[in-house]
Every structure is written in structure tokens, then in C-alpha cells.
Design a protein around this ligand. Sequence first.
Ligand code: ADP
Ligand code: MN
Ligand code: MN
Ligand code: MN
Length: 359
Amino acid sequence: MAVLSNPELLQKYLSLNQGNKVQVEYVWIDANNGLRSKTRTIDFVPKCASELPEWNFDGSSTGQAEGHDSDVLIQPVSLFADPFRGGNNKLVLCETFNNDGTPHATNYRHSCKKIMDLHADAKPWFGIEQEYMLFDPETNKPYGWPKHGFPEPQGKYYCAVGAGKIFGRDIVEAHYRACLYAGVNISGVNAEVAPGQFEYQVGPCEGIDMGDHLWIARYILERVSEDFGIVVSIHPKPIKGDWNGAGCHTNFSTEEMRQKGGLLAIERAIKKLSLRHSEHIAVYGEDNDQRLTGRHETGRIDQFSYGVANRGASIRIPRHVGIEGKGYFEDRRPASNIDPYRVTEVIVQTTFLPEDYKQ
Ligand code: ADP
Ligand code: MN
Ligand code: MN
Ligand code: MN
């Protein structure tokens, strides 16, 4: 069921010339790790986010301010092409600020950017694998699941092809192409283990770009699935029971790790990660305890573990990295509903702790 009642009629209006005006969609993160946006007409074609004016929104309607002092400032920080309006129109991701100029309590980009700037010389790269599940708003069940009962158990859905195994490929394809159009560094997509569950990968992205590109990829998925009348869930355990949860595996490397002999730097970083397991879990997503059970390709939430090619560990060193002796590692703990700014910030912080660091 498409939400839009008459796409052909809409097209009549959207094909009207918009003159030399540009529509810029200001996107920001709300108090519940969700996304909001509103549009502003600009009379030039912006080349970068900093050319765009600051704006504000009513924070009392997003859980981000009290009614008597409700303006929250939004400052454009990262510019993308708008795949929905096309042409010169743009999407711009914004940071949120209080009236006194301090970053809003829900603005995790601000401190992340400082840490990324501090360690820019190390060229930190990330790749995040965003898992999600599509839901049918009419049945409140994952898209493609039967009205009554359950689909056949997991086994045939991961990377599947064919009717009865894949539900929602249109959305996956539309999202992938729209991300490429926007300039999001999307690196792939695949169908996941549970029916109606998918993944896209964003990266490698350097520093702050990881959070920026993932948030815009999420925004685009929300908009695409809105068009199709489908709801996206990034809850880490959308369906209880013997169905895989959803994560945001975070792949990480520094320049040193990517060079010859880099495995030593990877092992040093993993040692430090092992000393700060709970500090990381604290920012690795709400309800992650429902997912990190030690089953369904996860490590347990209360134990740190690592291994080459081990998908039941907290940290996995991909087999090819073990063989080549350089590359990156995968932190499998982050949940699908993370704020990527918090996750990338803490990974960089821990990696650059002093070598004699003791908890
Ligand atoms: P998996 O085998 O865990 O399913 P994927 O292929 O889904 O892995 O995702 C791997 C991610 O790692 C991709 O986003 C990719 O861009 C990223 N990646 C590749 N090389 C590096 C690197 N050197 N540093 C950080 N991330 C990397
Ligand atoms: Mn993957
Ligand atoms: Mn996956
Ligand atoms: Mn993975």
C-alpha cells in the first residue's frame, strides 16, 4: 500500500520549473534518536554546508526544549544531493545548539568531531553495517510475514533470491540508488538472516564522516519506506525468540593498522578495548541486552571476547586480515539503534589511550 494516493497527479506539479530557487531540507537528530526535517528556500546553489544559514526549530515539539524557551538552533554541517526532489536541491545534516551557543544535550556530533580532529593524523576509518527490519503497519508484523503464525524458521533468507524468501527488495534497491545519488558512501547491501530483515554498509568513511553519512543513509531509508507505506525498525531485537537481532557492526582501522605489520596495532587496540568493555556497552545502544545473548551470532553482553573469523565474539578479526597481517577489525557489539557519533568517538578514544593504560 503506497501512502501517496495519486503519484501521477503529484508529478504534474513536481515537473513545474522551480526557477533559480533551491529547496534545502534541513535534517537533525531528535531526542529519541530519531530524525526530523523541514525545508527552506535558498536563492543560490550551496557548495558546502557552511554557506547555508543557521535556522531553528520548536524544541518543545521534539522533546528537546521546554515550551517557554523552545527555540533550538540548527547549524548545517554536512551537505548531500536531495534524491527526492532532484536537481540542485539539497539535504543538509545539522547539529543542534542551545540559545547560549552550547551544544544541545542530544548533540553527540559536537564532542565526536573534537576527538576526530584531535586524532586526524592517524586517519581513522570506519565502516558500519546497518541492519534493520521492515514492518507492515497494517499487521504490525515484519513485512512479508503471514497474518497468523510465523514464517518458516531462519536458514533460507540470508542473501536469498526468489519469491517466498525476499520481502521488500524494492525498498532496498530504491534506498541504495538514492544513497548513491545523494553522495552517501554506501558500500553494499544484503538480505539478512530473518525474513524482512536487511543490511546496508556505509564506509569506509574517515572520522566524522562516518556518523554524517550513516545518519543521512538512515534519513533516506525513512523517506523511501514512507513512500512505500512501510515502517523501518532499528530496534536491536525487533522480534523475540529464535530470530536474529539487529546490529551495527562497526569496522575500524587506523593508517598504522592498514600498513604492513598492522596486526600488531590491531592487537594493541583490542587489548585496550578489553579493559573498557562496560564503557563501550554503555553507548552501544538501548535494549542491546536483548540482542547480545551469546546466541544468533553475538557475543555475550557481560563478557569481552575476540577472535579471528569468530562471529560469536565481541570483536572479530576478519580471516583475510589475520592472513595478510594488516587491515581492520570488526566491533560486533554495537546495536542497530546506536548513535554512530557516540560509538566512533569511544572507539577512537580507547584506541589512543596510553599503552600502559590500566583500568
Ligand atoms: P561482514 O563480513 O562483517 O558482513 P561487510 O562486508 O558487511 O562485513 O562490511 C564490512 C565493512 O567494513 C564495509 O562497510 C567496509 O567499507 C568496511 N571496511 C573495509 N575496509 C575497512 C578498513 N580498512 N577500515 C574500516 N572499515 C573498513
Ligand atoms: Mn555485513
Ligand atoms: Mn549482518
Ligand atoms: Mn559484520
